[in-house]
Design a protein around this ligand. Structure first.
Ligand SMILES: [Zn+2]
Length: 370
């Protein structure tokens, strides 16, 4: 299956004057929200929070997917744009099952992990907002040239160095390619990574140096999703966004609040992966698109919703601080190297001056003797 639809070069600029959803969503009064209440014809299009019936007048309930607007992904997740929601937990089946075959490929847009499972043992997700089961297809990554960019989604304007997309298709459609053309055919689970030492993806990233060349691929030891990815069950952000307004390829995005670890060495290996022209891919994340008035939900938050995004950012700012400390140490080392170079230059120059003046002195003493 092609990855090109998913990894798009971010050509679209955020429209100027686009209405951002800030401030006004702090309004907790039910009558303060006069958005349309859409009829419930499909679970995925409508979220029915337990404590907020769509039939209640002035409810905050809104359609997840607005078919009138082709709202795109990815987006910046701002606390003011997110509503809290309670749903039945997501349920995994075969999350611990080992594929018959597992391979990793450099598609020249990204690095993809594909597994071939026995039909009855494909990892499958159900529950939560899902009307029927979704089956695992593949997992791929998005990254950038530096640690302060790389992720497709952002949190309060901050990007992460790496973002993993776990792609699943609606089992009812029978096939990923068919599901892709359907509005509710694809869901993507999102995991953000922060620079930390205890990486659980080393099992794969240790092979990245072998995938530098375009279209190269390698078979891997078969491992279950469970061995390196915490199952997404609760505590996630849910929204709908098209891949691009041109392809009309709709995706329900479920973003884990739990971040995962990636080391700086692993990030360096991602950055050496070559694109089709043979040079490094550089970055493979798309530009942030306007949030506008779309519905975004924090589902089954394990912690206070208001703190949710701040917890995400807390870890990040700690990483940034320790990086800042390293940078400042590196900076001071660089400064002292520069200073010593400068003083040795000064010393050389003054010794030249001394030599020149001694020559002048000799010459003038010769003149005096004459
Ligand atoms: Zn992706």
């Amino acid at each position: 299956m092609s990855e090109s639809e998913d990894v798009e070069s971010g050509g679209d600029k955020i429209k100027e004057g686009s209405r951002r959803h800030e401030g006004n969503r702090n309004d907790d009064s039910p009558t303060g929200d006069n958005r349309d209440v859409s009829p419930n014809d499909d679970n995925l299009n409508d979220v029915s929070p337990n404590d907020d019936s769509p039939n209640r007048p002035g409810s905050r309930h809104r359609a997840l997917r607005d078919s009138k607007d082709f709202l795109e992904s990815p987006i910046d997740l701002c606390i003011n744009s997110i509503d809290q929601s309670e749903m039945i937990p997501l349920q995994w089946e075969n999350y611990q099952s080992n594929p018959l075959f597992l391979k990793m490929t450099n598609t020249t847009n990204t690095v993809v992990l594909n597994g071939l499972y026995p039909t009855r043992f494909v990892p499958t997700l159900n529950g939560g907002p899902l009307p029927s089961p979704y089956k695992f297809v593949q997992l791929h990554f998005h990254w950038g040239e530096r640690d302060d960019l790389g992720s497709e989604h952002q949190v309060e304007g901050e990007a992460f160095p790496l973002e993993a997309h776990v792609v699943l298709y609606k089992s009812d459609y029978g096939d990923y390619e068919i599901a892709k053309s359907m509005e509710d055919g694809i869901i993507i689970l999102v995991y953000m990574f922060q620079i930390q030492q205890n990486s659980r993806i080393l099992e794969f990233t240790k092979h990245l140096p072998k995938l530098k060349d375009p279209y190269s691929q390698i078979p891997l030891d078969t491992v279950s999703l469970e061995s390196f990815l915490p199952p997404l069950i609760a505590d996630y952000i849910l929204y709908f966004g098209y891949m691009a307004s041109s392809c009309k390829h709709g995706v329900f995005w479920l973003i884990s609040r739990t971040t995962l670890a990636v080391t700086e060495a692993e990030m360096e290996d991602f950055r050496k992966i070559s694109g089709s022209a043979g040079a490094s891919i550089g970055h493979n994340f798309r530009e942030i698109k306007p949030t506008l008035d779309r519905a975004i939900f924090m589902v089954n938050a394990e912690k206070d919703m208001k703190r949710v995004l701040h917890v995400l950012l807390q870890g990040k700012s700690q990483t940034a601080k320790s990086k800042g400390r390293r940078e400042s140490k590196r900076g001071s080392r660089r400064a002292s190297r520069k200073a010593s170079k400068r003083s040795s230059k000064v010393a050389k120059r003054s010794s030249k001056v001394a030599k020149r003046s001694s020559k002048v002195a000799k010459r003038s003493s010769k003149v005096a003797k004459k």
